[in-house]
Design a protein around this ligand. Structure first.
Ligand SMILES: Nc1ncnc2c1ncn2[C@@H]1O[C@H](COP(=O)(O)OP(=O)(O)O)[C@@H](O)[C@H]1O
Ligand SMILES: [Mg+2]
Length: 392
């Protein structure tokens, strides 16, 4: 009884902490986006004027790296506090693992560490979100790497158990003490030095695996090693193979296009700085761009002038982005809409796509990415020209 009350209290506290973290992350994300945009612009300006000043370039690089670090923590926090619904699709663990190992080979120093991968190239198909599962194994492998400061072996094994595929990631590293073992899945529990770990990795892994219908186990002994086991449900439906082939055949969107002349863009975001910065950037590359600072003002502008494209924030006071999107689809069906959003859930994003948004970009975003998406969206629009009124 006492134990279950303790559990209840523990999970209630975690839920509160989660909400708090999500709120804080959202508040931090907007100013962070502004900082990120300014760094990108500063970079461009300085490259133009101080081409041969290594000191300036070096310091900018440090700022950009640290901004990226904060951004990563914020993304992790949002991912943990508000886990996105998995996008289930038939997946092959063998393939996922091979992909991760290739990435790790390039990025992480694996000196004196040998990876023994006993997972065959094809394993029974599982119905999971492959990107989320990739994140899980990436975290487990990075942790194993950290647990082997003097080298050692990381083993990857697989088996089948009661309708689940079982994937084991083991290392013969430092191990986890008996005292710490119950805490390792808690958010922010870390034994690593400041800057080396946030303690969010395993909390996120656990949450992802549960959302994908699986489970996680750990076994460890100090100075002997650790084995993490991930169980994922095997899907036996015969449609899996066909679906996978169809998915593989979906090709990526076209290459970025040059900005089109005579295209008019409206940026609507209640965060003034972001709106102005986007307006400035789009104007610089040749688009006629206007700004509106909330949904009501945006709709006023749209009634007043014809736009080929709208860059639209979702969360705004008064009329939010979804309402503006619906207005645009009804009144000006030929106008393209690109959503720019901070802490939108996957449901909200799906909702915008359902209502006809062309694309959805997450804050903080890269200006290059915005330009690329805008150019792609306008590729044919300006050729055809936007007709006045609610033309069909
Ligand atoms: N393979 C491992 N070997 C030893 N300790 C581990 C291993 N994986 C995780 N841990 C312990 O669990 C803690 C939490 O891990 P994690 O949630 O990924 O956060 P972080 O890696 O940022 O510390 C680590 O700080 C470490 O003490
Ligand atoms: Mg970690």
């Amino acid at each position: 009884m006492e134990e279950s009350q303790h559990q209840l209290f523990h999970s209630h506290r975690l839920a509160t902490v989660g909400r708090l973290a999500a709120g804080a992350a959202h508040e931090i994300n907007n100013p962070l986006t502004i900082i990120s945009l300014n760094i990108q612009i500063l970079n461009r300006l300085l490259r133009k004027f101080f081409d041969e000043e290594p000191e300036i370039a070096k310091r900018l690089q440090v700022i950009a790296e640290q901004e990226e670090r904060i951004s990563k923590i914020i993304q992790d926090l949002m991912g943990y506090a508000r886990p996105t619904q998995p996008k289930f699709c038939p997946s092959n663990i063998g393939e996922i693992m091979a992909k991760i190992l290739a990435v790790l080979d390039d990025r992480v120093s694996m000196q004196d560490i040998s990876v023994v991968n006993n997972i065959p190239a094809t394993t029974p198909m599982v119905m999971v979100d492959p990107l989320q599962i990739e994140q899980v194994f990436m975290n487990l492998l990075i942790n194993a790497n950290h647990a082997l400061p003097n080298g050692g072996t990381i083993g990857l094994d697989t088996g089948v158990e009661n309708g689940f595929i079982e994937i084991k990631v083991s290392d013969n590293g430092t191990g986890i003490s008996r005292e710490n073992l119950p805490k390792i899945f808690d958010p922010f529990f870390t034994t690593k030095k400041e800057g080396e770990g946030t303690g969010l990795g395993l909390a996120i892994c656990h949450s992802i695996v549960e959302h994908n219908g699986g489970a996680m186990r750990v076994k460890s002994e100090s100075n002997v090693g650790t084995t993490f086991t991930v169980l994922l449900p095997i899907d036996r439906t015969s449609r899996l193979k066909a679906m996978k082939e169809r998915l593989d055949n979906v090709t990526a969107v076209g290459t970025p296009q040059k900005p089109k002349e005579n295209c008019r863009i409206l940026v609507i975001d209640d965060e003034r700085f972001i709106t102005d910065m986007l307006k400035e950037t789009l104007s610089t590359v040749g688009y006629e761009t206007d700004a509106a600072y909330d949904g009501v003002e945006g709709i006023g502008q749209l009634r007043f002038k014809k736009y080929h494209l709208v860059l639209l924030d979702i969360r705004m006071p008064g009329k939010d982005g979804l309402e503006v999107l619906k207005f645009v689809r009804e009144e000006f069906p030929e106008t393209k809409v690109i959503i720019i959003t901070g802490l939108a859930s996957r449901e909200e994003i799906q909702e915008t796509v359902k209502h006809g948004a062309y694309a959805c970009l997450k804050k903080p975003f890269l200006l290059e990415k915005v330009l690329e998406t805008v150019n792609a969206a306008l590729e044919h629009v300006c050729d055809l020209g936007v007709k006045a009124g609610n033309g069909t």
